[in-house]
Design a protein around this ligand. Structure first.
Ligand code: CU
Length: 335
């Protein structure tokens, strides 16, 4: 123990302080309705519009053939989608002597299954199966909770969508934001995040032994939406920008995935905000912009009545000074 972080590459080994290694059997294990199998990658990369790149870490989908070690993977990590009331297992396999967890943010399982390393264990050299049961439809995300500031910044997060149980009176295929909630036709998941390249050279245990590696000082240079550079690429990237028909209803699941506060401005289009943080709002709220802080989610319905293109801008503010750090942009195209 005692090896300081800050040396070595993103995939480096090395021990850490204040982590609790383990991969025990799941208490109260039952047969699940849904199983997700997640591995880890620590040698991914993201290239920005200016040609620079950083190392990215994340989760892989082992069931889909994703690697469980040094193979790269998608950023953000593969989304999980479940239905309210299902019993869900997330089997996390960590083959190397790294330590990671899965925390299903906003879900409330037992402490052993909450994936917060300091309160249970950090999975290493084995598999732990997180057992959980979502009781509220809505927008969530999952992330690693080992050395959390760094591992989240490195990209270890993915969307987590809980759908309501289908209403038997609805036509088959009807999509609702929550039980008896608004119907939508088109869906977008916008996870807005910021990247400080200096952090992306650290190793997984950096800072856990008390050394100051700068994890109190995030100076982002890139501003992204759902893993795509918001300088230009996100304006047209089909995984981020929305194209919909006039008359359709769009559900935007906006996730503040960064550490600094943000404001999302819908370019003059009016959002009806119907839910936040996995709960319906007592009263829907109409707005053309939303301010959000780290890990907040807002579910927004749009029903444009004219064709056109709206540019959506996320502005990132320094958490202490309020200074504008940068912006990311995407579009809603109504045809
Ligand atoms: Cu991790």
């Amino acid at each position: 123990m005692g090896m300081k972080g800050g040396s070595g590459g993103g995939g480096g080994m090395g021990s850490a302080c204040y982590v609790y290694p383990g991969a025990p059997a799941t208490p109260g294990f039952v047969t699940p309705d849904v199983l997700f199998q997640r591995g880890i990658y620590m040698n991914g990369s993201m290239t920005f519009d200016d040609g620079n790149a950083v190392t990215i870490w994340g989760f892989t989908d082992l069931a889909a053939g994703g690697g469980g070690g040094m193979g790269g993977g998608s950023f953000p990590s593969p989304a999980m989608r479940v239905t309210e009331g299902q019993i869900v297992h997330t089997a996390l396999t960590v083959n190397m002597m790294w330590m990671h967890t899965v925390h299903h943010h906003g879900i409330e399982p037992s402490q052993e299954n909450d994936g917060v390393g300091h309160f249970s264990w950090d999975v290493t050299n084995g598999t732990y199966t997180y057992q959980w049961r979502p009781s509220h439809a809505g927008t969530y995300f999952y992330h690693c909770h080992t050395n959390t500031p760094l591992h989240a910044e490195m990209g270890m997060y993915g969307g987590l969508i809980v759908d309501p149980v289908p209403n038997p009176n609805d036509p088959p295929g009807t999509k609702r934001a929550f039980a008896n909630g608004p119907i939508y036709d088109v869906e977008a998941i916008w996870a807005a995040d910021e990247i400080d390249p200096a952090w992306h050279t650290l190793q997984w245990s950096a800072g856990t032994c008390g050394g100051d590696v700068g994890l109190n000082n995030l100076n982002p240079r890139y501003f992204i939406i759902t893993g795509v550079d918001g300088a230009n690429s996100a304006l047209t990237n089909p995984g981020v920008a929305v194209t919909m028909q006039k008359g359709q209803r769009l559900l935007v699941r906006y996730i503040c995935a960064g550490f600094h506060p943000q404001k999302i401005d819908f370019g003059g289009l009016t959002a009806t905000v119907v839910a936040s943080d996995g709960r319906p709002l007592p009263q829907a709220w109409q707005t053309t912009s939303i301010e959000a802080h780290s890990a907040e989610r807002y579910d927004c319905i749009f029903q444009p009545t004219t064709t056109g293109t709206w540019t959506v801008t996320v502005t990132y503010y320094h958490w202490r000074s309020g200074a504008v750090l940068g912006t990311a942009r995407t579009r809603i195209n109504v045809v």
